[in-house]
Structures are given as C-alpha cells and as structure tokens.
Design a binder for this molecule. Structure first.
Ligand code: KG4
Length: 338
C-alpha cells in the first residue's frame, strides 16, 4: 500500500492531498483572498499566507483521508515553476516533514502535474484515463502549450506561447474593461449572455504550433480606446458581446493550432488542462471537435483545473514507483518547462 501526501504552494493556493494506490482520499485547497483588492497576486503576501495555511491544510488533508502521519509512505511537493517565495514554503515544509518521518520525497514539476491530473482516480473503478500518446493543451495564467504526452514521465512541448498566456489574455483584457480579477471566469460568465460574432479581433499568424496573445490584447485595447472616444458608455453597454467575441477569438486561436497538431501527428486522443480549461466555451469547443473529428477528449473536473495537490500527489505516485526521489538540497525553481 503506497500512501502519498501531495503539497502544492506554487502561487496563491495552499493545497494538500492524500492518494493511496492511485485513488484520491482527500484534496484540500485554501485559496488566498488577500490578493483580490490588488488585481493580481502579490508574491510577498502569497508566501506569508502559505506559511499560515500550510499546517492546517495538511492536517485537514490527513484527517479527511483518515491517515495518520506515520502511514505516509512518501511526500510529493511542487518544486516549480511558480513564485519563489510561495514555492519555498511548500518545499521547506515537505523537507521538514520528510526528515521528521524519515521518508522519501519526490519533487514535482507543476506543469507536468497539471497534465497528470487526468490520471487522478476518485475510486478504484475509475478507468477514464487517457492512453499514450495523447495531446494535451495546457492553458493557464502563465502557460499555453501543446504537449505530446508519451508516458507519465515523457512529455514533449511542441508548441507554446511566445509572449502572453491564454489566461493572461483573458485577465488583461478583463482589466481593460474594468472587470475584476481574475478576469477569466468573469469574462466567461458575461460571454455566456453575449453574441460571439458581434466583434472581430485580430488573430496572430505564427508558424508551427506556437501561440501569441499579446497582439490580441493590443488590438482589443485600441478597439476599445477608439469606441470610447465616440461613446464613453461603450463598454458598459456592450460588455456581454465584447466578452463573447473576445472569448471566441482566444478559443479559435487555441483550437486552430491544436487541430493542426492532432492532424499532423495523427493523434486523436486530446486532453485539456490548467486554469483556462474551466472555460465553458473551450469545453464546448472540445466537445465539437470530438464530434467533428472523432477525437477522444479528456476534460478535467472543475476541481482539477486550477492549482491543487491531488495532481501533485498522483505525479509523486508515479515517481515513487520508479524510485525517483529527490535530495534534501532540492531548491525550488521559479521557471521551468515540462
Ligand atoms: O492554472 P491556474 O489556476 O493558475 C496559474 O496560471 O498558475 O490558471 C489561472 C488562470 C487565470 O488566468 C484565470 O483567469 C484563468 O485561469 N481562468 C479562466 C477561467 N477560470 C480560470 N479563464 C477563462 N475562463 C474561465 N472560466
């Protein structure tokens, strides 16, 4: 029986989860509210909040799982990428607990963990995991990548953003419209009531499977600036249609490249991961592609789209099986790729 405690603290969510033999026993997340009034995550405040939250969150995860500290086989923690101060809290905590319990640790790449979230089993009978190789569109606030997933460990990035990430495009455009933070979910909600074909925004022309979203942000900004000169109430009157058109453009950009990759590589099993995978328009686009192109699609449950420790624990489980442990001097990385 292998019992893994997963710890995630890469950004503004303090999370802990327990997995026993691939099956999730508990998944606790404490999201930090302190950043809302700043319109973005404040790194210093994030690391302080992690320090306050980490012990109660781990305690709750163990309690909910019905597992004592002595029953933990090994600890998996997010080593990077993320905010350095935030990562340091989870990393140091994991080291302290592993040393105290005299058990091994596995260092986990946060981006790979998002991909491996598709392998979390909520019960033993859950067999809906992707088979290899599959494509994964990883879309979050910091990354937009197309990954060929060859095994639990072997992942090849074949395309990525050369500037902003898809989540950043949602958040920055939402900011321009004076909507709250994070903008993605707010844009999504308003878009549900709007006309996606009302406004047209520029799409980038980038070779291969790479993405670019900074041009869209600029064209959106200039468009609004011009319209506001004629009508200062333009955003308020049109916010649903603006959000729907913006969301459609972002999704079209994402799906165009993903479709190209799937066709070129002849891979029909396609997954989506990361915070932006909560977007209902993107989920609908996946469903449409499944019907139209015969894709077998994998869309994560909402709880596994944003940062969580269940994905860290399952990643640790695979590393544990191959005896891939890390040493006490493992330092966090602010920037790494899959
Ligand atoms: O993966 P994630 O939780 O965190 C990191 O990037 O580390 O992703 C957060 C991103 C934010 O940009 C947020 O606006 C976006 O995911 N997001 C959404 C939705 N929910 C979260 N974007 C569009 N539609 C959503 N429903």
């Amino acid at each position: 029986m292998i019992t893994i405690l997963g710890i995630e603290s890469s950004c503004d969510d303090t999370a802990a989860a327990v997995i026993r033999d691939e099956v999730l026993l508990s998944n606790i997340i404490s999201s930090q509210k302190v950043h809302e009034s700043y319109g973005g995550v404040v790194p210093e405040l994030a690391s302080r909040a992690h320090q306050q939250n980490i012990i109660p969150v781990v305690d709750e995860a163990l309690k909910k799982a019905g597992v004592t500290k002595d029953e933990i086989t090994a600890i998996a923690f997010t080593r990077g990428p993320g905010l350095m101060g935030s990562l340091l809290v989870g990393t140091s905590f994991a080291k302290g607990l592993a040393a105290a319990l005299d058990i091994p640790m596995m260092d986990i790449n946060h981006l790979q963990a998002h991909v491996l979230a598709h392998f979390i089993k909520e019960d033993k009978e859950d067999t809906n995991q992707p088979s290899f190789p599959f494509l994964c569109l990883l879309v979050s606030g910091g990354n937009s990548q197309i990954i060929v997933v060859k095994s639990h460990k072997e992942m090849e990035i074949i395309g990525q953003t050369i500037d902003d990430a898809a989540g950043e495009a949602f958040d920055k455009c939402a900011k321009v419209m004076g909507l709250g933070y994070p903008g993605g979910p707010i844009v999504n909600k308003l878009a549900n009531q709007g006309n996606p074909d009302r406004f047209k925004f520029n799409k980038p022309h980038i070779a291969g499977y790479d993405y670019s979203f900074s041009g869209l942000k600029t064209s959106f900004l200039y468009f609004l600036r011009d319209e506001l000169k004629n009508d200062p109430g333009f955003i308020e009157k049109n916010k649903e249609d603006l959000c729907a058109s913006l969301q459609k453009t972002i999704i079209d950009i994402l799906m165009d490249k993903l479709r190209k990759a799937a066709k070129d590589l002849n891979i029909k099993e396609v997954a989506v991961a990361g915070g932006v995978s909560a977007n209902s328009g993107l989920r609908d686009a996946f469903e449409d592609h499944s019907k139209k192109y015969g894709w077998k699609i994998h869309i994560p449950k909402f709880g596994y789209t944003t940062d969580n420790a269940a994905m860290v624990a399952i990643s640790g489980y695979y590393k544990y099986q191959d005896n891939e442990f890390c040493e006490m001097d493992a330092a966090p990385f602010a920037r790494v790729t899959v």
